[in-house]
Design a protein around this ligand. Sequence first.
Ligand code: CTP
Ligand code: MG
Length: 233
Amino acid sequence: MATQTVAVVLAGGTGERMGAGRPKQLMEVGGRTILARAIAAFDAHPGVGEVVVVMAAGHLRAAAAVAAPFRKVTAVIEGGETRTASTVAALGALDGRPDGIRVLFHDAARPFVDAAVIDRVLGALDGHDAVAVGVPASDTMVVVEDGLVVSMPPRATMSRFQTPQGFRLGTVRKAYELALADPELRATDDCGIVHRYLPDVPIRVVAGSERNLKVTQPLDVVVAEHLATEDET
Ligand code: CTP
Ligand code: MG
């Protein structure tokens, strides 16, 4: 049977905020690279048939070495300058696949995504073409412009997005086609592209997990080391 679900692990960034001198996804936490942990979660999930890894130029060989033990990884490809460009590269690698298959985009920088989160995304894709993972905001959220508060949305309505974000391939492909034709294109994630360019497509939000943090700056590594210890107990 042809693959029905492809997970794309986005590792095309270079980790400027981490400042480790190499892409943060190649750093080890609990004795294993962040990239390997992210790949492993999808490789081990029975609902995922295939994993594609997108890596920063110049680090493809390192990524291929990390990916080698995982049997579902079918390609390690070069990303682009921005996360959006890296997603576009992954969509290019999926050219010719049917519109109806499911594709999950995951930040390689989130090594503690677990099977329950992936289950919720896959489950919601049965009824929706776009699915995001959110956790409730614990801080008060404000819209600030030029150093002044413009509005204070009620906290109970506010969520922080994580990944994976899941889509029917045809939907996300169409959204990116429209986005790439827009000279003012800007977005920080794939749901942002769907929301902006296909505003009639509902985006279902399912529960994420506080463990599913994005390792972004040095303090996050301290938390990640702790979470890695919990995994082993
Ligand atoms: N990413 C990507 N291609 C890019 C930029 C980012 O695939 N050109 C990926 C990163 O590797 C990461 C995820 O998108 O897994 C989220 O990005 P972020 O946390 O911003 O990682 P970096 O861009 O590497 O970090 P920084 O912004 O601090 O440089
Ligand atoms: Mg970045």
